[in-house]
Design a protein around this ligand. Structure first.
Ligand code: HPA
Length: 275
């Protein structure tokens, strides 16, 4: 996968023209059903992905497909309402393109959110989970291909992919707000199928606590670029085979609807305290 610096700069210049003097500090990638957070942004500037040079366009249900720039609890943010999934057929360089654009815009902190299935049997649908680490189960890596040193090192260290400082901040914030916050390892699968019960047992044996179809590629690129990452999963359902019921995308959306207010409160408060 070849990433062209010019394409990133063209996207970033277009965005800068739209947002003017606003220099976002924090990037927010909002997962399925979690895009509502962007509605809380003050003095918003909306930029549809379809207007941005070289941007792919999001297609999946429950995803709007735009950037929202503005202020959230006193911090300047760039929120992605909708992301690009590998299962939609986008190559990895497109899936992760927005993260590179964020970096080009000067953003060095990213909050990545997603809906995920709970593998850890002590979890419940509706729980929020701070991501402590991930397992890349995509069978590929967005950094495969020539490495350009200006983006980051050939062999990036992934031993602290998720900032310990931000994890601590998330736990402290949840405690202050009286919100339950789980912690665990996120497994990134390609999808679009949900897992089989046997796969869920395998992922549990491998050390996974939650499973989803995103996040890992974006976090790899963010870390390559030296950005600090906080990941939060909304456990929208228990993964296949744990409860005696089939999985459905509607359930994912319904559960995220129910926990939306807790999720919003948690992320907004974390944002206000991020340094
Ligand atoms: N598996 C994979 N991705 C998901 C799930 C799941 O159970 N729930 C929400 N996204």
């Amino acid at each position: 996968m070849t990433v062209v610096k010019q394409e990133i700069q063209d996207a970033s210049s277009y965005i800068s023209e739209q947002v003017g003097e606003l220099h976002p500090e924090i990037g927010l990638i909002l997962g399925s059903g979690l895009g509502v957070l962007a509605e809380e942004i003050e003095n918003p500037v909306h930029i549809p992905y379809s207007d941005i040079p070289n941007f792919p366009v999001s297609t999946v249900e429950g995803h709007a497909g735009q950037f929202v720039f503005g202020t959230l609890n006193g911090k300047t943010v760039a929120a992605m309402q909708g992301r690009f999934h590998f299962y939609e057929g986008y190559p990895m360089d497109k899936v992760t393109f927005p993260v590179r654009v964020m970096k080009e815009l000067g953003i060095d902190k990213v909050i990545v959110t997603n809906a995920a299935g709970g593998i850890n049997e002590s979890f419940q649908p509706g729980d929020l989970m701070v991501i402590s680490d991930h397992i890349n189960n995509f069978g590929t890596n967005p950094l495969i291909g020539p490495n350009s040193k200006e983006f980051g090192p050939r062999f990036p260290d992934m031993s602290t992919a998720y900032s310990a400082k931000f994890q601590e901040l998330a736990h402290e914030t949840a405690k202050d707000l009286g919100l339950k916050l789980q912690s665990g390892v996120y497994v990134g699968n390609t999808g679009p199928t949900y897992e089989t019960p046997a796969e869920v047992r395998m992922l549990r044996t491998l050390g996974g606590d939650a499973v989803g179809m995103s996040t890992v590629p974006e976090v790899i690129i963010a870390r390559h670029a030296g950005m600090e990452v906080l990941g939060i999963s909304c456990i929208s359902n228990m993964a296949a085979g744990i409860l005696d019921q089939p999985l459905h995308h509607d359930e994912v959306i319904e559960t995220t609807e129910l926990v939306k207010s807790n999720f919003l409160l948690l992320v907004k408060t974390i944002v206000s305290k991020m340094v």
